[in-house]
Design a protein around this ligand. Structure first.
Ligand code: TA6
Length: 316
C-alpha cells in the first residue's frame, strides 16, 4: 500500500488506500504537497515558486534554521548569526536522502528521512563553525503529516546557538475568512506595528485583509512573566485553522512538541503580495502561515547533544 518514487529531486509518499500523499523536495527538505485522505491538497505552493534550486521555495513547508528572519532582527544575537542570510541556510540547500520507506502493514503509513550535513557544504561551513547534522523525518498517515526535526551538534567550539521553525503555508479557500484558535492569552510581537508586544485576547483570531506578521511567544496569561518551564505541556498546543467554506474539510490542526514553543502567524495581504516576486497574483488569499518554532531568544546546544522537535498537521 505504500510507494516511494524518488527521482533526483523529489520524494513522493503515497497511501493508495486512503488517497493520502505527500511530496518532499530534496532542496530545503521542503514539503511541497500534502494531500490528506480523500486527496484534497492542504498546502499552498505558489505557481511562481522557484523549483530549480535558485531560491527558497515559496510555499509548502520550508525549514527555517538556524536563524529566523534577518539577523538584524536580533539585537541580542551572537555575533556569528550576523553572517547568515534571512531564515538561515536549511531552506535553500540540497539535503540528502537518508532512509527509505518505513512501511507498517497494519498502520498504513509511509515515511522518509532527509539529512543535511553542514560540513559537507563549503558555503555553509564558511559561515557556520559548528558541524551540525540536521535530520528531517516526514511521516504520512491517512489524515495527518508528521514532521520531526532533529538538530545534532557534532563538533565545534562552545555551545551552538540556533532558532528553528517550520514555515507552514496552509492552503485556505479565502485567507480573509480563515481563523486560528488556541492562542488566546499569548503575548505576541507585532512586526507590522513595529515589533511591540501585545497580548491576544480572543480564541478565534481571524485573518482579515490586513497584513499580519506576529510572533506569539511562549508565555501565557496567568503564568509568571518569562517563558514557561520547558517541561510543561503547553496550553496552546492545538491551533485550529478553520475553513468556513468547508471545501477543504474543516481545517488543519497544528500540534507540536514543547520545543516548538512559539507560533508565528503570517499573511502578507494584497499590498505585500506585490513586493514578493515569487508569490502568484492574489496568492495572499490562498494561504495562511501558521508556523511553530523556537524563535524568541536562542536555543543553545552543548557539543555532542541533540535537539528534537516535532509537529503534526491533521486534516479535519
Ligand atoms: O514567518 C514570517 C516571515 O518571517 C515574514 O516576516 C515574511 O517575511 C515571511 O516570513 C517570508 O519570508 P521570505 O524570506 O520567505 O520572503
Amino acid at each position: 500500500p505504500v510507494t516511494l518514487i524518488n527521482d533526483s529531486t523529489t520524494v513522493q509518499l503515497a497511501l493508495p488506500k486512503s488517497q493520502a500523499s505527500a511530496e518532499i523536495r530534496l532542496f530545503g527538505a521542503t514539503v511541497t504537497s500534502w494531500k490528506a485522505a480523500g486527496g484534497s491538497e492542504r498546502l499552498f505552493l505558489s505557481s511562481k515558486a522557484a523549483l530549480d534550486g535558485s531560491a527558497a521555495i515559496r510555499g509548502g513547508i520550508p525549514i527555517v534554521f538556524p536563524v529566523f528572519g534577518s539577523p538584524k532582527d536580533h539585537a541580542d544575537a551572537p555575533e556569528l548569526i550576523n553572517k547568515l542570510g534571512k531564515h538561515g541556510f536549511a531552506r535553500d540547500h540540497d539535503w540528502a536522502l537518508s532512509t527509505h520507506v518505513i512501511s507498517v502493514d497494519e498502520e498504513d503509513k509511509a515515511s522518509v528521512t532527509l539529512e543535511l550535513r553542514t560540513d559537507d557544504k563549503p558555503e555553509i561551513k564558511a559561515v557556520w563553525p559548528f558541524h551540525t547534522v540536521l535530520q528531517y523525518t516526514v511521516t504520512l498517515l491517512p489524515h495527518s503529516l508528521r514532521c520531526e526535526f532533529k538538530v545534532n551538534y557534532v563538533d565545534g567550539e562552545g555551545e551552538m546557538p540556533f532558532q528553528a521553525l517550520l514555515h507552514n503555508y496552509l492552503l485556505v479557500p479565502d485567507s480573509t475568512k480563515a481563523s486560528v484558535q488556541g492562542l488566546n492569552g499569548m503575548y505576541y510581537i507585532d512586526k507590522v506595528r513595529g515589533a511591540e508586544e501585545f497580548q491576544l485576547d480572543t480564541d478565534n483570531f481571524t485573518f482579515d485583509a490586513q497584513s499580519i506578521d506576529r510572533v506569539h511567544v511562549g508565555k501565557h496569561k496567568g503564568t509568571p512573566a518569562g517563558e514557561l518551564p520547558r517541561d510543561v505541556k503547553l496550553v496552546y498546543n492545538a491551533s485550529l485553522l478553520q475553513d468556513p467554506l468547508g471545501r477543504m474539510g474543516k481545517g488543519v490542526e497544528v500540534t507540536r512538541s514543547k520545543e516548538l514553543k512559539d507560533t508565528v502567524l503570517w499573511n502578507c495581504a494584497e499590498e505585500g503580495n506585490k513586493s514578493i516576486g515569487d508569490l502568484e497574483e492574489d496568492g495572499w488569499k490562498k494561504y495562511v502561515c501558521v508556523e511553530p518554532g523556537s524563535v524568541h531568544g536562542f536555543e543553545t546546544l552543548p557539543k555532542g547533544s541533540k535537539w528534537v522537535a516535532e509537529q503534526t498537521l491533521t486534516a479535519w
